[in-house]
Ligand binder design. Structure first.
Ligand code: SF4
Length: 340
């Protein structure tokens, strides 16, 4: 059994108070402290610690997960809400195999906000306290309803002193109105770029003409807007990963230096995708291989690119020191805006 790190303090009655980083605590004796420090816990000690959720047998078993949950809750104290994700439509003009939302066909009816939903959304935003807001528009493909995005943005600009908007778009269908909406300095683009053209087409666009449109729009956006306005994420199929060098070349070509490698999330339509056994271990190996390539590439080219999640791990680790709990911090830190 593995025991989570325990802190301890002698109490006035001679007992010893132990506590862990998730807030669990118990009282015991000097004898227990000696056994704990010398790695000589008895079977009774271990049973007590296991029952009290101070230890675990394997990573990701129930006790491990329960500790992680309690630890994460202590780190993320509720603050005033200033980040809201809105889904004005579930309709989409693509049909990605790994889609994790309940998307509907582009021409489907009944999957957009009604007037009532819009007005309830506005009154919800109106009740928020605080001077700043960040709104993330998700879908479906949110640019199919620029009118709804416009109404929300106009309202937020009037109510909050600082507001920012992120449109998570597949960049497939942009008319003049959509480009004008995106042109605003307070509005950002998050999209999906699954690596090289072949992978992107296999996973998302399913046809050469549609792929051309995507890359043309991405090219236009990259030349129209300053660096930092566009972010992109690749979704990686562990069973069929992209060529990582080609992926990095493609991102750099469009001025995107931060790559948040994300695995397929088995929800929604993605539940149908078979990835074989030991997906987590295979993902970790793949991720490690990507980091090695990235570091070698940065060294070779003298230019900087990062893997976002790995950068967060390094930041948390250097901030909290090499403790067992820092592992959880990396798992609970917020990723950048998720593209659809
Ligand atoms: S992943 Fe996004 S772009 Fe692809 S089908 Fe789903 S909602 Fe549409």
């Amino acid at each position: 059994m593995n025991v989570w790190p325990l802190k301890f303090r002698e109490m006035s009655d001679g007992s010893v108070l132990f506590c862990d980083d998730a807030g669990g605590f118990f009282k015991s004796t000097d004898g227990f402290l000696d056994r704990y420090a010398a790695d000589g816990l008895t079977t009774v000690d271990e049973t007590f610690l296991r029952d009290g959720n101070h230890g675990f047998d394997r990573e990701f078993d129930l006790r491990w997960t329960s500790f992680a949950y309690r630890w994460a809750r202590r780190q993320a104290r509720p603050t005033r809400m200033n980040y809201v994700i809105l889904v004005p439509t579930l309709r989409c003009n693509l049909a990605c195999g790994y889609c994790q939302v309940s998307r509907a066909a582009e021409k489907a009816r009944g999957y957009d906000w009604s007037d009532e939903t819009l007005s309830r959304t506005i009154s919800f935003l109106d009740r928020l306290e605080g001077s700043d807001i960040k709104i993330e528009f998700q879908g479906g493909e949110p640019l199919l309803r620029v009118d709804l995005l416009q109404t929300v943005r106009d309202f937020c600009r009037g109510k909050f002193s600082r507001s920012q908007f992120v449109v998570c778009t597949n960049l497939q269908a942009l008319d003049e109105r959509a480009w004008t909406f995106l042109d605003a300095d307070d509005t950002f683009i998050s999209t999906s770029l699954d690596g090289d053209r072949t992978t992107h087409e296999r996973q998302r666009t399913h046809g050469s003409a549609v792929t051309d449109v995507f890359f043309r729009n991405l090219e236009t956006a990259a030349s129209r807007y300053p660096e930092g306005k566009i972010s992109a994420l690749p979704t990686v199929d562990v069973a069929n990963p992209p060529d990582f060098d080609a992926l990095l070349d493609n991102y750099e070509r469009f001025g995107i230096r931060s790559v948040y490698l994300r695995p397929i999330n088995h929800q929604g339509f993605a539940r149908k995708i078979q990835q074989g056994d030991n997906v987590l271990a295979r993902w970790n190996r793949l991720h490690a291989e990507f980091i090695d390539r990235l570091i070698a590439r940065n060294h070779r080219t003298g230019r900087f690119m990062e893997e976002y999640y790995f950068s967060q791990c390094l930041k948390v680790r250097s901030a909290s020191g090499p403790t067992a709990t820092s592992t959880f911090a990396t798992r609970t830190s917020s990723p950048p805006t998720m593209s659809s």
